[in-house]
Ligand binder design. Structure first.
Ligand code: PLP
Length: 354
């Protein structure tokens, strides 16, 4: 079986696993006061070239929902793409942890909305008018749900609107490393230099078992976060579990190497599939996700041979016009990871070609 349904179908990398085993020995302070967690915070401050407040959690949904709760009051509006993970895949956690803030879904092709759309949407919720939710935050995903990337200029444009309207700017970086190595920029450039206030820094999908960091660049924003994390049940008692994963993930550029490998595998798959007759790629492959429209006959050969992909939303509003999925086609998402082997990609391409 070759499972490319997501990058979380793989376990942890060898480095992370070994770090967990090593961290198992001896006593350590609990609830995130362990030395691994302190080291992770110091490493992240260096990587982001900025003072940071870091809170480790076990899930991306927890990271996103708690980060948004730090940015929005219960009567706040949080602007995001209408097919974003926070809107579609978190079972209302952002609404619950913000005590009822409203997610406002913005349209946009390729999983992205523009700064213009954001500005237009903000105007519908006037400040001080009690019948309107009050603009409080904006959230983008990098990598997006369509496997695409915001350019640094696009992030900065959104950051500009956020600053103008006093919105907190959140970046859902479940695949932060994949985006970073693809853009070839620094973590600072992709975040605070472009106006981002809070990052959900994903590590699970790119080599950890369960570890994400909520990173604040302004400590004032993080003032109550410790309480929020605890009361949500996201404060892990044996905090070394998270700290040891994060330090192993960051050490010796492991996170960057993993992401480079995953992206290279996606590029290889994209090129191989795109060259086949009848196969279309409605969204560009810009990180480690490949979205393909395949004739059903080819798709069946893949499934029968044990290749797993994730059937995607055929009615996605992010699809460009003319990309509608035909009744004799399937729309699949393939995600590559640090553990994907080139031979596996070549086998998938050979099967699809046969
Ligand atoms: C995977 C993912 C998350 C995190 O999801 P969890 O399953 O809660 O860890 C968040 N955002 C995006 C875009 C994702 O792909």
């Amino acid at each position: 079986m070759i499972n490319l349904a997501s990058d979380n179908v793989m376990g942890a990398s060898q480095q992370v696993l070994e770090a967990l085993v090593a961290a198992n020995n001896g006593p350590e302070a609990a609830y995130g006061s362990d030395h691994h967690t302190a080291e992770a915070e110091a490493m992240l401050a260096e990587i982001f070239e900025h003072e940071v407040k870091v809170f480790l959690v076990a899930t991306g949904t927890g990271a996103n929902a708690l980060a948004l709760a730090a940015l929005s009051p219960p009567w706040g509006a949080i602007f995001c793409h209408e097919e974003s993970h926070i809107a579609d895949d978190e079972c209302g956690a952002p609404e619950m942890f913000t005590d009822g803030a409203k997610l406002i879904g913005l349209p946009g092709l390729n999983g992205k909305f523009t700064a213009e759309w954001l500005e237009t949407a903000i105007a519908r919720y006037p400040k001080g008018v009690v019948k309107a939710v009050q603009p409080a935050a904006v959230s983008i995903s990098q990598v997006t749900e369509s496997g695409t990337l915001y350019s640094l200029a696009e992030i900065a444009q959104i950051g500009e609107i956020a600053r103008k309207h006093d919105l907190g700017f959140h970046l859902d970086g479940a695949r932060f490393a994949n985006a970073l190595v693809s853009l070839g920029c620094t973590p600072a450039e992709m975040t605070w230099k472009a106006g981002v206030d809070v990052v959900s820094f994903g590590a699970t999908k790119n080599g950890c078992f369960a570890c994400e960091a909520v990173i604040f660049f302004n400590p004032a924003r993080a003032e109550h976060f410790g309480f929020r994390r605890k009361r949500s049940g996201h404060t892990v008692s044996k905090g070394r579990l998270l700290g040891a994963q994060m330090t192993a993930y960051l050490r010796h550029d492991h996170w960057l190497d993993n992401a480079k490998h995953a992206n290279a595998m996606a590029k290889r798959l994209n090129e191989g599939l795109a060259a086949l007759p009848g196969v279309r790629m409605p969204w560009p492959t810009e990180a480690n996700e490949v979205f393909a429209v395949l004739p059903k006959a080819r798709a069946k050969i893949l499934s029968d041979a044990g290749v797993r992909a994730a059937p995607w939303y055929e009615l996605s509003v992010s699809l460009p016009s003319g990309a509608a999925i035909g009744s004799d086609e399937v729309f699949w998402r393939f995600v590559t990871s640090f553990a994907t082997k080139p031979e596996e990609i070549d086998r998938v391409i050979a099967l699809a070609r046969s």
